[in-house]
Write a protein that binds this ligand. Structure first.
Ligand code: KG4
Ligand code: ZN
Length: 401
């Protein structure tokens, strides 16, 4: 079968949490096996702002997105070679519509009106934006920005589920063939996807591109959230995942403090998770051990055991699900997919127990939130465009069939 060739450039916008991100990607060649070129991938992290609160503060995140979206857009367009100065003065009708769109984002309105009339519409075919899930005020900043750009530049607008973005990140593969150019490999379906991020822990079955069946999910905290909370208890700072994982690597075989934590729901007859109990177990463990040891002595052994506990549960449920559904591939995505131990453990168990199953690990350059993944998901998830008037931010958006 000869696939119809495509040439498509998509501008992605992502503001679901604490990264203001805009990217431009180009897909060319056979439709479902295109060459993907990253024209730009601008990410402005707010981590240093939220760090002092030990987590993301939604209304602060929204304000930062408002403040920075235009600058990040210009960065992304410039890098892609699409920033062209020109006069694009708005009519009274356009001004009225734009004021309506940014009713709740006055700062973004001001920045938009100042900057956008001075540039010509870029050479893109569509705008993709994260509609959810995420922090509602933060999502609205990106969604309204995308709506306004779609209206002024007359470009189709595609709403994307943030988690789909994490899934399709694996298509970029681990090793770039050429600098900033990738051949997207095609995932083998059905695929089992483990999504592990700061807000989500889900096992998802994908039988067809763009169709998802959630077969299990966390009943309370997400895996990344547990990493962040435990890091807070150990006074390690935010975000906790990377710090805990680094510390855990330093553990010594002859350590004097040996700790043991539970593996919640590891043997339950379903594919659900629960990490809140594990977090509480760490809290009690620390209360007890702090009578005898300084927190500095406890950090490494607790990080080690905690990371092992989380990985044990994630790996056990993932392999069980892959075998039950006889999936041809296993994919991981989301911030926690950067975790070295999780990656190693999954690779090992798949090799041992399901050697015919392909494991797709995303490049750690793209596991954190970015907008390239949103553009990719719009493309590969075969998402439909929606009139800009009809797009809303949906904090609890779920993957669907
Ligand atoms: O996907 P993401 O960037 O944002 C959300 O959509 O939530 O995920 C962020 C989460 C944070 O909880 C962070 O602690 C965690 O990913 N994380 C890690 C690692 N790197 C980031 N967790 C464990 N090990 C890591 N190496
Ligand atoms: Zn994410």
């Amino acid at each position: 079968m000869i696939e119809e060739p495509v040439f498509m450039r998509i501008l992605g916008i992502e503001t679901s949490c604490d990264e203001t991100a805009i990217a431009v990607m180009e897909a060319s060649g056979p439709k479902m096996r295109p060459r993907i070129k990253i024209l730009s991938n601008a990410v402005l992290s707010q981590v240093s702002l939220h760090r002092k609160f030990g987590g993301v503060v939604p209304h602060l995140a929204k304000r930062e997105h408002e403040k920075n979206l235009v600058a990040v857009l210009f960065m992304a367009l410039k890098e892609a070679g699409f920033l062209r100065a020109g006069k694009n003065n708005f009519t009274d009708l356009q001004l009225g519509v734009i004021h309506g769109i940014f009713e709740r984002e006055p700062e973004l309105l001001e920045k938009f009106l100042k900057a956008i009339p001075k540039v010509l519409p870029p050479k893109i075919d569509a705008i993709a934006v994260t509609a959810g899930p995420g922090l509602e005020p933060a999502l609205w900043a990106g969604v309204n920005f995308a709506r306004a750009l779609s209206y002024i530049w007359k470009k189709p607008l595609i709403p994307v589920n943030h988690l789909e973005g994490h899934i399709y990140t694996v298509l970029l593969g681990g090793k770039p063939l050429m600098k900033r150019r990738f051949h997207a490999l095609l995932m083998k379906l059905p695929a089992l996807i483990l999504i592990v991020s700061g807000g989500h822990t889900e096992l998802v079955l994908m039988r067809k591109f763009g169709k998802y069946e959630i077969i299990g999910e966390t009943r309370d905290d997400a895996a990344g959230e547990a990493f962040d909370k435990v890091a807070k208890m150990l006074k390690l700072g935010y975000p906790g995942g990377p710090i805990i994982s680094k510390l855990a690597e330093r553990v010594k075989q002859d350590r004097k403090i040996n700790v043991k934590l539970p593996r919640p729901m590891i043997n339950s007859n379903d594919f659900d998770f629960s990490f809140s109990g594990l977090k509480t177990a760490v809290l009690y463990l620390l209360k007890d051990l702090e009578k005898k040891y300084a927190i500095a002595e406890l950090r490494t052994p607790v990080s080690y055991e905690f990371q092992n506990a989380v990985c044990d549960v994630l790996v056990a449920k993932t392999i069980r699900a892959a075998r039950k559904y006889k999936t041809k591939s296993v994919i991981i995505g989301g911030g926690v997919a950067a975790n070295k131990l999780l990656r190693e453990r999954l690779a090992k168990i798949i090799k041992q127990e399901a050697p015919k199953t392909a494991l797709y690990l995303p490049s750690t350059r793209f596991t954190g939130d970015n907008a390239l993944m949103i553009a990719l998901a719009a493309y590969f998830g075969l998402k439909k465009q929606v009139p800009w008037q009809n797009i809303r931010a949906q904090a609890n958006l779920r993957l669907s069939e």
